[in-house]
Design a protein around this ligand. Structure first.
Ligand code: GAP
Length: 437
């Protein structure tokens, strides 16, 4: 993990948030390369789940929602973590993370029985457990009198549920269908940790898939199978590092009747990458109760009216990005020398090609290289240029940021129109015509 964090900072992928002022725990800034990788990941997801299917539609709802949203969704009452305070050093921790095998509903009695050592000062003197609501509270508008309280959304899902009727009444989709959204979510995590794994500000990519209540099991299995295919075959995550965890009832979110977590073997251990939850009609029915507006769907063929049930595959962009980085990060040897290489797939790598003239002080080489660079940029967009240092060093620099192909223009190019193309993973070089790139 340390090597990945260091590479991310050194090469402009990810910086600690507000670094210049000493940081802001749980926030991260994406640099030029990180933002390209993140966008490629989010675009790949969108192409696969929305553009590539007839039964999915996109949506982009506001982050700040009417606070009634979070009453109806149950987040005001139940989106809590168990908080304990060390009476000696006043450090605050999530109680369930200090006791082996505990979950979020751990009682003060069980916690004090286990009596763990404080991770900061080592003492064993604890407060009672308090429920700590993880939503960020804020005031909207100029008046701060309690009536203006709103929250930063802790999940993107509610922007989908609250627009279910708008979508049904405007584009008339046939059930089953899904609404997909990508966007920021905010959680006041007690202990953000493990680089970008647990953040206070993160991005989610969520799908709410609306189905007839009698068919939820079939769609749950189907979506789960398709998500495995997406993670393994489209994004290239190693299948042996992915594990399904059937979440027991006492650990499930308040809205779920079944949840599978897909866990990943991260460098610091196995952690939840994403969840697939059967949310029943919990959200739509609560919205109907709280807004007074029916959320029923009328089947055009059978005439049946009912509140659809929902299967929700939900994944965090940062967690997926960390899984991608951890899978791609490789240390090996080329020509007897150690190197660091990010073996990212072509559709995710920040740059697809790096173009170089063999020598930067030969204007005819630079001119030809600029021409090839222009052609590739037009075709692929994400192409970079490098004419610094020697060729060997340029290759190493590109290996480290995951560029799959380096193209070098030399004197033979001027004669026969061929270039050297070097493969990142094998370091193999071949000559091809410019038109074949
Ligand atoms: N709408 C359902 C929902 O939000 P969740 O299990 O709380 O369910 C879904 O979150 C996914 O969002 C997680 O599996 C994880 O990938 C990501 N996620 C949640 N909290 C996160 C955090 N604090 N930092 C980074 N990612 C987070």
């Amino acid at each position: 993990m340390e090597n990945i964090v260091s590479l991310c900072k050194r090469r402009g992928f990810i910086f600690p948030g507000s670094d210049i002022y000493g940081g802001m725990a749980g926030t991260w800034d994406f640099g030029p390369l990180g933002v390209m990788l993140k966008r490629n990941l989010m675009n790949t997801w969108w192409s696969y789940w929305v553009d590539g299917r007839d039964d999915m539609y996109g949506i982009d709802a506001a982050i700040i929602m009417n606070p009634k949203t979070w009453e109806a969704s149950g987040h005001v009452d139940t989106f809590n973590d168990p908080l304990v305070e060390c009476k000696e050093c006043h450090g605050r921790f999530r109680a369930d993370k200090l006791v082996e095998g505990a979950n979020e509903s751990i009682s003060t009695e069980d916690f004090l029985k286990a009596n763990p050592k404080c991770p900061t000062c080592g003492k064993q003197s604890w407060s009672e457990i308090k429920k700590f609501n993880m939503m960020f509270k804020m005031n909207v508008g100029p008046v701060d009198d309690g009536s203006s309280i709103a929250y930063l959304r802790p999940e993107t899902a509610q922007g989908i549920f609250t627009n279910f009727k708008n979508v049904v009444d405007t584009i008339y989709p046939d059930l089953p269908f899904g609404l997909a959204q990508q966007g920021k979510a905010f959680r006041n995590e007690i202990s953000p940790r493990d680089f970008i794994l647990r953040d206070r500000e993160c991005s989610q990519m969520e799908i709410e898939y609306f189905v007839h209540p009698d068919t939820w099991e079939e769609h749950f299995e189907k979506l789960s199978e398709e998500y495995h295919h997406f993670l393994i075959d489209v994004l290239g995550l190693p299948a042996e590092k992915l594990h399904d965890y059937e979440v027991p009832v006492e650990d499930r979110a308040h809205y779920s009747k079944r949840t599978i977590d897909l866990e990943f073997d991260y460098p610091n251990g196995r952690e939840e990458l994403m969840g697939i939850a059967y949310r029943t009609d919990f959200d739509l029915s609560n919205i109907a109760k709280n807004s007074g507006k029916s959320q029923e769907y009328r089947d055009k063929n059978t005439g049946e009216s009912f509140v659809p049930h929902v299967i929700e595959p939900s994944i965090g962009v940062e967690r997926l990005l960390l899984a991608v980085l951890a899978s791609a990060y490789t240390e090996d040897e080329i020509d007897g020398k150690p190197r660091t290489v990010l073996k990212l797939s072509e559709n995710l790598a920040p740059y697809r090609f790096c173009v170089s003239p063999l020598l930067k002080n030969k204007s005819e080489l630079v001119e030809k290289a600029r021409e090839v660079y222009g052609l590739l940029r037009k075709k692929y967009g994400n192409v970079t240029w490098d004419d610094s240092g020697n060729i060997g060093k340029r290759y190493r620099k590109q290996d480290e940021i995951g560029t799959p192909h380096c193209v070098v223009i030399d004197f033979d190019t001027l004669e026969d129109g061929t270039v050297t193309i070097r493969d990142r993973d094998t370091a193999e070089q071949k000559r091809v015509k410019v038109e074949e790139l």
